[in-house]
Design a protein around this ligand. Structure first.
Ligand SMILES: [Zn+2]
Length: 208
């Protein structure tokens, strides 16, 4: 359940985040590919017009989940890698939107140790996602294995069922965020997924 106590069926998703995801899908799949998955997902309303670039909750989270599922099915075995690419591109669109803020943060980060930088960016992601959406609840956890971002209201797998973790787009976004903050490539693994019945989707940043 979300912070507001709503069930996944009722969760709402932020327009600007949906817009970034669609721009990223268009970048990776091309406009025709984007239009195919939009139609498959029942999101024809975005074929000619992307959602507005604002922080209102104009999308059902379940629709965002269906979009992820359609991209995955479109590519079959290659879906995982494509969705990770889309997640990376999505994060970059997000950075562009907040260029000034991110520029200032980036300069400050350069003086910090690697682990502090990772914690900083995960905490920022969690905070900004929760600030704009009262359905969202995310924790950043320090574990013996490393830092974990735990999303109790993950939109990628909202109402989906699976036998393995499926939030590839999220893995891509976190990977790109960590790269942005550290200048290095860290592996990010989804170690638990709500689609498998877990309480939260948990993403581990593997430090090695
Ligand atoms: Zn998930």
């Amino acid at each position: 359940m979300s912070r507001e106590g709503r069930e996944p069926e009722e969760w709402r998703f932020t327009n600007a985040l949906m817009r970034q995801a669609l721009l990223a899908i268009g970048e990776v799949m091309g406009e025709r590919g984007l239009n195919v998955v939009l139609r498959q997902a029942g999101l024809e309303r975005y074929v000619d017009e992307l959602p507005p670039n604002n922080l209102e909750q104009g999308v059902a989270t379940a629709e965002y989940a269906t979009l992820n599922q359609e991209v995955q099915e479109f590519y079959g075995r290659a879906g995982k890698g494509m969705l990770q690419r889309i997640g990376r591109a999505s994060f970059r669109y997000g950075v562009e939107e907040q260029a000034t803020l991110m520029g200032v943060a980036g300069t400050a980060l350069k003086l910090m140790p690697q682990k502090t930088r990772i914690k900083f960016i995960l905490t920022q992601m969690a905070k900004s996602l929760m600030d704009v959406n009262e359905d969202t609840y995310i924790e950043v956890q320090e574990t013996p294995e490393g830092l974990v971002l735990a999303d109790f209201t993950c939109g990628v797998c909202c109402r989906r069922k699976a036998e393995r973790p499926i939030c590839y787009l999220y893995v891509g976004s976190i990977s790109e965020a960590v790269k942005w903050a550290t200048g290095r490539d860290y592996k990010v693994r989804e170690i638990e997924c709500r689609a498998m019945g877990a309480q939260a989707c948990r993403f581990l940043v593997v430090e090695s």
